[in-house]
Design a protein around this ligand. Structure first.
Ligand code: GDP
Length: 455
């Protein structure tokens, strides 16, 4: 990216709204805006100080195209660290587009996706985890996700990772000084001290990795499939969780052939729910396609709600569901508790989590929420603490852990300290890649390309 360029984009959604914001950033941002914005005070835009606002008109030649408010931020005290101007005009799709065209004609260039935040990163206003938190905050679907993103934006993860890297860097520097300047009476650092430090860092990183899945479940939601033989009440359960009638509920087995999907909040967790066709043996070719599809969904899901019907005896079709869920994260939902008959409940002992509900009467949703949270381990997720937010961060952390383990093994095996520092230096590189201090250009570009234009 050419940082010298002055960039502009619409930062608000391209839809009718009260206000639309056009953001401009770069060395020539104020100069470009001065060509199209006339303050009603009669003063010059170029004389505006940072953190000041002016009422005025956006113009195209002699013609006024909108009444607007201009905000000016002066480098380095802006989001990007550069001179930034924000024009808040009327939020009509046409008007906003016209103001953008005017600013482009005045010398700015269209911003790429995430380019404002990328500049903030390159100018040291944010590190990579904080930039990723901006994106998480924008895409958060609920309170927990937004809280976790805010915690990351405030630097909780960065602080933790930097502290871990600093411990390793300090030890390595000490070792290097001791090896390089043997005459300078630098006291030898003991293996115990190194082992204590490395184990301490290892535990911190391991704790982050351990909370990753549960954290993601809370912040991003969990792909969940409702599975069971026909007529056990899958659609009724889906409707109970969705809060309104989405699936077709009938007494005729096999009505739900297509997958019905919805995103629902259950306790602390967001579930991306799919209600599938009843899984059973069938000679009907069309039904068979639905059943195969349902089985595939179960295999790919992160969580399965396996539904059983208490009003009918346990049978071989139920057994098939148990087999299908064998290695899956699963909650057994024993439904129709209001008309429970001779179902052998001990058949469900193989499940770690079983809840008895009546989907039709709306009973048991709280118990189901608690069981889901228990299965996912989300009841202990603290969104005010540092959490790894995505696969990139998790992989960096995982590789750092592997390197530290190597260093510990090398120390224990009595290898030379050079061998130990090679591993700890590699761990430091991974940690600094996580925060972005040592991330490659390709990685950085990839991350920001996923942002929206105008952010
Ligand atoms: P699916 O084929 O598994 O999706 O089952 P449905 O949700 O279509 O339900 C099949 C039948 O069971 C319908 O008549 C529902 O009204 C009934 N049903 C579902 N849940 C309950 C329940 O908790 N109690 C009772 N008594 N009937 C239920």
């Amino acid at each position: 990216m050419e940082q010298g360029k002055t960039i502009a984009a619409v930062s608000t959604p391209l839809a009718s709204g009260g206000i639309g914001v056009i953001r401009v950033s770069g060395e020539k941002a104020i100069e470009a805006v001065s060509k199209i914005f006339v303050p009603s005070s009669g003063k010059s835009v170029c004389d505006m100080k940072g953190y000041t606002a002016a009422h005025g008109y956006v113009t195209e030649g002699e013609r006024k195209i909108d009444e607007a408010v201009l905000l000016v931020f002066r480098a380095p005290h802006s989001y990007t660290g550069e001179d930034v101007a924000e024009i808040s005009c009327h939020g009509g799709v046409y008007v906003v587009g016209r103001v953008l065209r005017a600013i482009l004609a005045a010398g700015a260039e269209p911003a790429a996706p995430g380019e404002f935040t990328k500049r903030a990163f390159l100018n040291g206003k944010l590190d990579l985890t904080e930039a990723e938190a901006v994106m998480s905050l924008i895409s958060a679907q609920g309170e927990q996700g937004a809280n976790a993103a805010m915690t990351a934006l405030e630097g909780a993860l960065s602080k933790k990772i930097r502290a871990a890297a600093q411990t390793l860097i300090t030890d390595s520097a000490y070792l290097a000084a001791w090896v390089d300047y043997p005459d300078d009476e630098i006291e030898e650092i003991s293996d115990e001290k190194l082992l204590t430090d490395y184990n301490c860092v290892l535990n911190e990183l391991q704790a982050l990795l351990n909370s990753y899945d549960a954290g993601r479940a809370v912040t991003q939601g969990v792909d969940t499939v409702i599975a069971g033989k026909p007529n056990v009440g899958k659609s009724t359960l889906m409707n109970l969780l969705s809060g309104f009638d989405r699936s077709i509920v009938t007494d005729i087995a096999g009505t739900t052939r297509d997958v019905v999907e919805d995103t629902v909040r259950l306790g602390n967790v967001v579930l991306h729910l799919a209600d599938t066709a009843g899984i059973h043996s069938t000679g009907n070719e069309v039904e068979k396609i639905g059943v195969d599809f349902a089985v595939g969904r179960v295999e790919r899901a992160m969580l399965v709600l396996a539904v059983f019907d208490l009003s009918r005896p346990f049978d071989s079709e139920d057994e098939k569901i148990i087999q299908l869920c064998k290695d899956k994260l699963c909650v057994a939902v024993a439904n129709k508790d209001d008309m429970a008959a001779d179902f052998d409940r001990s058949r469900l002992d193989c499940f770690e989590n079983v809840v008895y509900i009546s989907a039709k009467q709306g009973k048991g949703a709280d118990e189901l929420a608690a069981a889901v949270e228990k299965a996912l381990g989300t009841n202990n997720v603290d969104t005010s603490a540092a959490l790894l937010a995505n696969e990139r961060q998790r992989l960096c952390c995982e590789r750092a852990v592997a390197c530290i383990k190597e260093a510990i093994d090398a120390l224990r095996a009595g290898y030379t300290l050079d061998a130990v520092t090679v591993s700890t230096d590699a761990a430091v590189d991974e940690l600094l890649a996580l925060t972005g201090e040592k991330a490659g250009d390709a990685v950085v570009s990839e991350i920001f390309s996923r942002f929206c234009v105008g952010k």
